[in-house]
Design a protein around this ligand. Sequence first.
Ligand code: HEM
Length: 489
Amino acid sequence: MASSSLPQPPLPSSNLTSQQSSSPPSQLPIRKMPGSYGLPLVGPLSDRLDYFWFQGPDKFFKSRSEKYKSTVFRTNIPPAFPFLGNVNPNIVAVLDVKSFSYLFDMDLVDKRDVLIGDFRPSLDFYGGIRVGVYLDTTEPKHAKVKSFTMEILKRSSEVWLRELLSNLDNFWETVESDIAKSDDGSSYLIGLQRCIFNFLSIALTGANPSASPDIAENGWKMIDKWLAIQVIPTTKIGILQPLEEIFLHSWAYPFFLVAGDYQKLYNFIDENAGDVLRLGEKEYGLTREETVHNLLFVLGFNAYGGFSVFLPSLIGRIAGDSSGLQERLRTEVRKVCESGSGLNFRTVNEMELVKSVVYETLRLNPPVPLQYARARNDFKISSHDAVYEVKKGELLCGYQPLVMRDANIFDDPEEFKPDRFVGKTGSELLNYLFWSNGPQTGKPSESNKQCAAKDMVTITAALIIANLFLRYDQITGDAGSIKTVVKAK
Ligand code: HEM
């Protein structure tokens, strides 16, 4: 079994050194790092076309890894030439669990401005402020913003549950009424985004969208546009090549296209998030502007963006299953809720299978597929079978969808195994579940860059599944639509 020969679990970054993260590099052969950046301009352009057009991200990384017989190698990643000439596309790809975990070692790597690679959208998108996610742990403001965010999450837990469940009620009612009207079922993505936006806005910031008819109706759309305009140069859309290459991946889109919407969102938070704003200013020493822009980033990019990608894959995985998983989930959920006090954080935590399904979905569909970090100094990085030298300033890039299919760690890595994370052996595998930019057993803190909501995200997803099986006996559908629902008898 793969997990019997696991390397030592990577520890949360502050405790981790490259030597501790795995077997000592000295036991492994030192290899010259394979790969190349190619000729100037031509190399980055050809890699860009492979990444977005001829191969797509999965094949891009997989084919190079096979060619170089290594999970660590040098290559380019878009955006690049011609109009993004100020962006350096050179990266060191890290594609196995062991080399990827160096991204969490804050002694070795710097996370300044590398959220989506060497390309950082204009600061105009955030009111001219480098918000927390772009700050390295050596920058004092990172600690302030991170602890402010974790405090909001802690304070919100009661509201979180109430708002989640009431917004889910609205969501499922809309799905049911769509199904009643159309034989094609319900295309639920818009309803889901509305639900996520409403719930997160109240839970994280205290600002209730119903205070502003425009935000209640269009807030989620405004955030979609703000997000899309920022990340277009790095995102494969897969609609129509070569038009996508020419018009979407060749230059950065300017902020003014969404400036009006961003101002409306800013005003909405500024006018309606009083308690949370006071907390940021009084307890964490942030200015009001910094507090609002950081809140908007956490709400819009981290939370709304993350859940908008993750939840359709979770709902689709369950709705599309015909292996009997729904019946097993339903039995577990109802057994726990009937013997406990209904659905809440404590009871959902007892649902082993539900939680394992959440983890397994995050393993196979990590919502944030790419993670970056820059070498603070020269150091040696280990894969499972060799050691390579990384130079100061090089940008490491981990592609999670391949890393989370590392056959040295996960048995039958391509297969969706609902019970993978159940029991003692299963829970040990949480050491290697990295969707949150750290192990699932790690602890987000001021001194690392792990997702502040690592636990809240998984527990929220588990609550959504549990709520579904209290409401329905069965559902059918996929990641974009629900075809049928059978109400609980
Ligand atoms: C499914 C939902 C989510 C996913 C997939 C997700 C994923 C991530 C990832 C991968 C990172 C690390 C980015 C990097 O530096 O490379 C991150 C950071 C972060 N996330 Fe999440 N996240 C989610 C939800 C949330 C929520 C609900 C919050 C609300 C508080 C949140 C707050 C943050 C913050 C503040 C950071 C920056 C941490 C730091 O600067 O140290 N995330 N998230």
